[in-house]
Design a protein around this ligand. Structure first.
Ligand code: IPM
Ligand code: MG
Length: 360
């Protein structure tokens, strides 16, 4: 088969990690008999520098002409919150999520076998294993609600951000979570703040309806503050965790830290139609950009998710994941995950080693 992939290389270390992921795509293509063609798409701070805005006209259309999108990372201090919205990389990220209808953000947080010692939690806790899938609603809630800033008569400046959710939005993300749980350990933990928020009470009632429909899946409600605590107390209890946009933003960072290796974690953002968007969960790390120091594994594992969720190629996905685990088991480490006394390797060498394992 031939697949067309949009590459958003982005800012900071983005171009380097995407470069290695492309090598891996080509290695898989060679081994399994697929061809991948690539279309570069400009988005992020680099787009602001090139054309004056972070989300150039026609970006969504270019991506829609492809089967999947691979994104490195965008952002950096150069395009900070003091800049107008259309120049900020974050604006572009939110816009592409919305324009491609990517309402489901899947962020697996798993302790890879060779990296168990990187887990910052107690040994007994790590030994139980961590393998959870955070399912974050990505195109609704406070991120996309009405916002305003205005002068008041007696309180000075005031600002407001509105969190709104419709039943429809909640149901479609809920279904994704239950369907995923069926393919995993059959447990859904739905996270909300129903003791305070009206949106959360609606969220909970829709989830309960779905829980009845998916009666083969174990279901629980977890309040968001408790979830934050449980993630560091006993993350092994979670299988699929489903939650709204901002809670998911915060909890997915926490979950990634618990695995001890943010440089290893991929993500998928998908909607009801192609293309899905795949990206590492780490940022653009401008401090190490261009130095061959970045860890390309999260982006490479994002390619595995692309195979699994966009192309329905599970054997290819397994091959990538097994190659990563084999290289880690051999003891190879980039600087971010190197144990004391281990000499780290660079971005390119890590990519080459993984390709070599894939080609066998
Ligand atoms: C993420 C990031 C983004 C978000 C920012 C960069 C807008 O933190 O993907 O988690 O909040 O969604
Ligand atoms: Mg975030």
């Amino acid at each position: 088969m031939n697949y067309k992939i949009a590459l958003i290389r982005g800012d900071g270390i983005g171009p380097e990690v995407v470069g290695e992921a492309v090598k891996v795509l080509n290695a898989v293509g060679e081994k399994f008999g697929h061809t991948f063609t690539y279309e570069d798409v400009l988005l992020g701070g680099c787009a602001t520098d090139a054309v004056g805005k972070s989300y150039p006209d026609g970006t969504a259309e270019k991506c829609k002409a492809c089967d999947a999108v691979l994104l490195g990372a965008v952002g950096g201090p150069k395009w900070g919150s003091d800049k107008p919205a259309e120049q900020r990389p974050e604006t572009a990220l939110l816009a592409i999520r919305k324009d491609l209808g990517l309402y489901a953000n899947l962020r697996p947080a798993a302790l890879r076998p060779a990296m168990a010692d990187a887990c910052p939690l107690k040994k007994e806790t790590a030994e139980k294993g961590i393998d959870l899938m955070m399912v974050r609603e990505l195109t609704g809630g406070i991120y996309f609600g009405k916002r305003d800033k205005y002068e008041t008569e007696d309180r000075g400046l005031e600002a407001t951000d509105l969190m709104a959710y419709s039943e429809k939005e909640i149901e479609r993300i809920g279904r994704r979570a239950f369907e995923l749980a069926r393919l995993r350990r059959k447990k859904v933990s739905s996270v909300d703040k129903a003791n305070v928020l009206e949106t959360s009470r609606l969220w909970r009632s829709v989830m309960h309806r779905l829980a009845e429909e998916y009666s083969d899946v174990q279901y629980e409600d977890v309040l968001v503050d408790n979830c934050a605590m449980q993630l560091v107390r006993d993350p092994g209890q979670f299988d699929v965790v489903v939650t709204e946009n901002m809670f998911g933003d915060i909890l997915s960072d926490e979950a990634s830290m618990v695995t001890g290796s943010i440089g290893l974690l991929p993500s998928a953002s998908i909607g009801d139609t192609a293309p899905g968007l795949y990206e590492p969960i780490h940022g653009s790390a401008p401090d190490i950009a261009g130095q061959d120091k970045a860890n390309p594994i999260a982006t490479i594992l994002s390619v595995a998710m692309m195979f699994r969720y966009s192309f329905q190629l599970p054997a290819e996905a397994d091959a990538v994941e097994q190659a990563v685990d084999a290289v880690l088991a051999d003891g190879w480490r980039t600087a971010d995950i190197a144990e004391p006394g281990v000499t780290p390797i660079g971005t390119k060498q890590m990519g080459d080693l993984i390709c070599a394992k894939i080609k066998g």
